[in-house]
Design a binder for this molecule. Structure first.
Ligand SMILES: [Zn+2]
Length: 284
C-alpha cells in the first residue's frame, strides 16, 4: 500500500485521500517564509493527522489556508487550524450559510431532502464524526472573486476560480515553481441537489484549462496525483465522451456505440457507463 504521506515535489508535501470517510488530499506548500495548507480537512481529526506528520518531520506548520470549494470534506477541519483562510467569495457565502444549519443526526436528513448535501455525504459524516458531533464553522478571512496570488517566499501559488458542475465556487491552485496543479474536485460531476450530472461543454472548458497549465503533476482531491502524461491518458476517454455527447446529445445508444468503437471494446467500463448517464443528464 502506498504511504499516506508523500513529498510530491520539492516544496509540496501531501497526505493522500482516504475513501472510507471521504477525506480528500491535503497539501502543505512550503515556501521560505510561509507554509500554505490546501484544504482544511474533513474534520479536526483529519487536520490533526496532517499536523502531526508535519511536526514529526520538522516541516513548518501552515501559516494560512486556501480552500478549493465549500464542500464539507474540504472545510469542516477549519476550526482545528484556526488560521487566516483564503477563499473564493462563493465559498465564503456557502460557509456562512452552512454555519446556520443543523448538523445533528436529525438535521442531516433534512439537509439531504433540501439537496444541500447527499445521502453519501451523510454516511461519511456519520462515520467520520460518530454521534457526538459539534462542527464549528469558520469564515474565510481573505475573499477574492477571480484569482489571487500568494507569495510564500520563493514559491508562488495562484488560486484561480474556475467554477463548473461540481461546485460553482470551485478553484484550482497552481504552484508555479514546482509546476503542480491542484484541481480540487473541479472536474467532478455535480453531487448535491439531484442526480449527478455533467455538462459536456462545461467539462471540456475545464479540461482545456487544465491542459493549458501543462503541469508536471495534476492533483485531483480524491484521486492519486498524476503526471502530465498520465493525466492526459486518464482523461482522454472522458474528453471523447464529452465530445460525443456534444454531438449526439440524448441519443444514449449512439453515444455508447461511438464510445465502444473509439475504445475498441465490446462493453464500456463501469466508470464510463456511469459517465454516459451523468453527461446525458447534463443535456437536459
Ligand atoms: Zn467536492
Amino acid at each position: 500500500m502506498k504511504h499516506k504521506f508523500q513529498l510530491l515535489s520539492p516544496h509540496i508535501l501531501i497526505m493522500h485521500a482516504e475513501h472510507e470517510t471521504d477525506r480528500p488530499i491535503l497539501a502543505a506548500i512550503l515556501g521560505e517564509r510561509r507554509t500554505l495548507l490546501l484544504d482544511a480537512g474533513n474534520s479536526p481529526a483529519h487536520a490533526e493527522l496532517f499536523r502531526k506528520e508535519l511536526s514529526e518531520y520538522g516541516y513548518r506548520q501552515p501559516d494560512m489556508i486556501a480552500l478549493t470549494h465549500w464542500h464539507w470534506d474540504h472545510t469542516f477541519g477549519l476550526s482545528a487550524w484556526d488560521l487566516p483562510t483564503v477563499a473564493h467569495e462563493g465559498t465564503a457565502e456557502a460557509l456562512t450559510r452552512l454555519s446556520g444549519l443543523d448538523w445533528s443526526d436529525e438535521g442531516l436528513e433534512g439537509l439531504a431532502v433540501q439537496g444541500i448535501i447527499s445521502d453519501e455525504s451523510i454516511l461519511h459524516i456519520r462515520k467520520e464524526y460518530g454521534s457526538h458531533r459539534t462542527i464549528r464553522f469558520m469564515k474565510p478571512d481573505i475573499v477574492f472573486a477571480d484569482k489571487i496570488t500568494i507569495d510564500l517566499g520563493g514559491i508562488t501559488c495562484e488560486l484561480n476560480h474556475v467554477g463548473g458542475d461540481h461546485s460553482a465556487d470551485s478553484c484550482v491552485l497552481y504552484v508555479k515553481e514546482d509546476n503542480v496543479l491542484f484541481l480540487g474536485d473541479a472536474l467532478g460531476p455535480s453531487v448535491y441537489g439531484g442526480p449527478r450530472q455533467y455538462s459536456s461543454t462545461g467539462f471540456l472548458k475545464l479540461l482545456n484549462l487544465a491542459y493549458k497549465y501543462d503541469a508536471q503533476w495534476y492533483v485531483e482531491s480524491h484521486g492519486v496525483p498524476m503526471s502530465g502524461t498520465e493525466f492526459r491518458a486518464d482523461l482522454a476517454s472522458w474528453e471523447r465522451l464529452a465530445r460525443v455527447v456534444d454531438v449526439f446529445g440524448q441519443d444514449r445508444e449512439r453515444v455508447v456505440l461511438e464510445m465502444k468503437t473509439y475504445l475498441k471494446l465490446e462493453e464500456l467500463p463501469k466508470d464510463l457507463q456511469q459517465g454516459v448517464e451523468y453527461f446525458i443528464a447534463g443535456t437536459k
